[in-house]
Design a protein around this ligand. Structure first.
Ligand code: BGC
Length: 761
């Protein structure tokens, strides 16, 4: 009844300002918004630019809150961090019934890698290299979020990250612009669709720009880089977001070329709007405007005006716009045209989402019960999680395990469900996640004898462990001396045929404000692994992490390593699927894994330098290298093993001399030399040998994830056009230069079959 009354009332209210029922198209939208804006006061226009946090809004009491008063006064354009149809309907009702012009609100949330059904953290998701699966994960996230009242997600995060010290590398798609751009587009397709359904939500490309290049990997830190690097290596995924039609962008916290992104007109207007043609609106990150005071850009009024001048449309949480823009207008420091422009873009977003037609489009009380955390969503999450795992080592084919005998499952992450979803899973119900122990018991417990011991705490230092167990992600500290905890584990291990060690990071050791200078497995867990290895039993290391870790010792000593990131709510099942071979691992790394933190940043598409180290060499005096370690990573970009054994033929090129717009076909035959059916990510790289600016030693230009049955072979072909040879030159023009190109194909960025071509203009 409440629903009906609210809806009827809103419909009639909107009839008075000619609601565009069932009418789409830019002209209709423009006319509708112009008509509405004519009725708006300056204060109401500024109100649309305000995005406060929902704070303590509680159902049934919303009307008494501070937020409610602001909403009624038309001082709010949207809210973040509110979930559930009941709460959102109640607040929306305030906006459409109590505010003078009845303008509906946007409701935004960080729906990052799933809503309640949680998929792997984005870094893991990117290791699937499966764009369709990634799109489906975003579609499911959008369906669940929208069934809970949300119409706007602060995702995808498309920042390129080459520094594993930075905790937010967990939220990225890794180090490569080509892969990152493809994933950005897939995510946006999945979230937004065409906005026609109430399961389509608006995406927000973040954090624009270069947030992942924070100096020393310290979160929020300064970024300084050349434009050539920006354009070639860091900006493409944001640009891809515009091409995919993302409805909104979020400014990053860091500075770009000396000016904080939030106040950077070159970034927000010249590049985003004028060069790329972005038509949506730009929101700040959380208190991004206010933080420009600490950046040293002036007082609140000054920095708020700076943000508006730059091209920021919406102010997240800080209320700098709300508190100062009218004053700045009166003093001639901003113009009404600037305020109008920002207001129009936000109203357009609401229009495109269909909120003027039906402010309760996302408030269907019935949907949540049947569309959230459903069996089919969970089974999709389980399958995708299994695809995201990367088999780093499998000496003597220890894996897959046999479904018989006794397994000792040991480690601080073995019997822990809270950490499985990973960082940024704000809508997850941790009690519904599946731990490794629970997954094993449920799926193979009838055939395999499963023993368990904790083995060690996550970290020896309780204070560190408290920081690593934030947001309710319990780590269940064991207060006995470390030696006693290990001794108990060794007793358990002595009864087993094989040891599975669930070790690594906790969920909150990566993510926002979780940078580390030591990117190894915590010492107390390293000690546990050493002790387990000494038993002489086969050890499989199940590695949990939100970043590339430095694990040269473990790579040396432990026979099998399966990196499982944080696989989401179904991680425990997915891990069991892969451990026992019901799913053959196919994940490939989207970041390089260094030997130690001193090599950072280490990435595959680096430059050659004038003094490159000779191939296969460790150290040569007066070459670009180190005295103490080789230049090599432990695992290169694109790397990941399978239970299958894939063999690549030599590369076949359709031509070796090409001209102008001709198309080159490069092919290989891949044979599955094993008894396991499996999927392989075949990767194409090029190397532009001579350029007007220095060119990377290799660049990813294509990939195909193919399935090959045991013993069979498949031909894989890539078409390469001049478009793929283009790069931004010193004048930032995007073009290609004739000359020689190496064409490389393989299963990772290191082990490649090569051919050489000459491409003339
Ligand atoms: C993060 C954003 C996030 C926002 C809203 C900020 O701290 O940097 O990624 O979308 O909070 O929760």
């Amino acid at each position: 009844m409440k629903l009906l009354t609210g809806f009827l009332l809103v419909t009639s209210l909107f009839c008075s300002c000619s609601a565009p029922v069932q009418q789409k198209g830019d002209e209709k939208m423009d006319a509708f918004i112009s008509g509405l804006m004519k009725k708006m006061t300056v204060e109401e226009k500024i109100g649309q630019l305000n995005l406060p946090g929902a704070g303590d809004v509680v159902t049934g009491q919303a009307a008494n809150s501070d937020i409610a008063k602001k909403i009624e006064k038309g001082q709010v354009g949207g809210l973040l961090n509110l979930k559930s149809v009941a709460k959102i309907r109640e607040i929306q009702q305030l906006a459409v019934e109590k505010s003078r012009l009845h303008i509906p609100l946007l409701f935004g949330l960080d729906v990052i890698h799933g809503y309640e059904t949680i998929f792997p953290i984005p870094l893991g998701l990117s290791c699937t290299w499966d764009l369709k699966a990634i799109e489906r994960s975003a579609r499911i996230a959008a369906t669940e979020a929208s069934a809970d009242g949300i119409c706007w997600t602060f995702s995808p995060m498309v920042d390129i990250a080459r520094d594993p010290r930075w905790g937010r590398i967990a939220e990225t798609s890794g180090e490569d612009a080509f892969l990152g751009s493809a994933i950005a587009k897939a995510m946006i397709r999945g979230y937004q669709g065409d906005f026609s359904k109430n399961s389509n939500i608006m995406a927000c490309v973040k954090h624009y720009a270069l947030y992942g290049a924070a100096e020393a990997g310290r979160d929020y830190n300064t970024v300084d880089m050349s434009k050539v690097r920006m354009y070639n290596d860091y900006l493409p995924p944001y640009h891809a977001g515009v091409e995919a039609g993302a409805g909104s962008f979020m400014a990053s916290f860091n500075e770009v070329d000396g000016i904080p992104a939030t106040g950077n007109k070159w970034l927000m207007t010249d590049v985003l709007r004028n060069q790329w043609g972005f038509k949506g609106f730009v929101v700040t990150d959380y208190t991004g405007i206010n933080e420009m005071i600490a950046h040293g850009m002036g007082d609140l009024q000054t920095v708020s005006a700076l943000a508006l001048h730059a091209g920021i449309d919406m102010d997240m949480v800080g209320e700098g716009f709300l508190l100062t823009l009218k004053k700045s207008l009166d003093e001639g420091k901003v113009t009404i045209a600037q305020i109008d422009n920002a207001c129009r873009l936000i109203l357009e977003a609401k229009y495109k989402l269909g909120l003027f037609e039906n402010p309760y489009k996302y408030c269907d009380e019935k949907r949540a019960a049947t569309e959230i955390f459903t069996a089919s969503n969970r089974s999709e999450a389980r399958a995708i999680a299994a695809q995201s795992f990367v088999l780093l080592k499998n000496e003597g084919n220890i894996l897959p395990l046999k479904k018989s005998g006794t397994i000792a499952l040991i480690g601080p992450l073995a019997d822990n469900k809270e950490n499985m979803p990973g960082t940024w899973s704000v809508a997850a119900d941790f009690s519904k996640a599946t731990s490794v122990l629970a997954g094993l018991k449920e799926l193979v417990g009838d055939k395999v004898n499963i023993l368990y011991a904790k083995g060690s705490n996550l970290d020896a230092d309780p204070a560190f462990e408290a920081r690593a167990g934030m947001f309710g992600k319990s780590l269940g500290r064991d207060n006995r001396p470390a030696a006693d905890i290990i001794r108990e584990a060794l007793q358990v291990a002595s009864k087993a045929d094989v040891i599975v060690a669930a070790v690594g990071e906790s969920a909150e050791m990566s993510g926002e404000s979780s940078s580390r200078t030591n990117i190894s497995i915590p010492q107390v867990q390293k000690d546990l692994i050493r002790a387990l290895l000494k038993t002489g039993k086969p050890v499989v290391m199940l590695l949990f992490t939100g970043r590339p870790l430095a694990i040269p010792e473990e790579n040396d000593q432990v026979p099998a390593i399966l990196n499982v990131w944080f696989g989401g709510s179904e991680a425990g099942y997915a891990i069991t699927d892969v451990l026992f071979g019901d799913v053959n691992p196919s994940g490939k790394l989207s970041t390089t894994w260094p030997q130690n933190v001193g090599q950072v940043p280490l990435f595959y598409n680096h430059k050659n330098t004038g003094r490159p180290l000779g191939e296969g060499k460790w150290f040569e005096k007066f070459r670009s290298d180190y005295l103490d370690v080789s230049n090599d990573p432990v695992y290169p970009f694109g790397y990941g093993l399978s239970y299958s054994d894939f063999h690549y033929s030599d590369i076949r090129l359709s031509d070796t001399v090409l001209k102008g717009n001709q198309v080159l076909t490069a092919s290989v035959t891949v044979k599955n030399n094993s008894k396991y059916d499996g999927a392989e990510v075949v990767q194409l790289y090029i190397h532009d040998l001579v350029g007007s600016i220095t060119r990377p030693v290799k660049e990813l230009k294509g990939f195909q994830k193919i399935f090959i049955k045991a013993g069979e072979l498949k031909e894989v072909s890539f078409e390469i056009k001049p478009e793929e040879l283009k790069f931004y030159n010193a004048s930032l023009q995007y073009d290609w230069e004739p000359g020689q190109f190496e064409i490389m194909i393989g299963g990772n960025s290191r082990d490649l079959k090569k051919g050489l071509i000459n491409w003339m203009k």
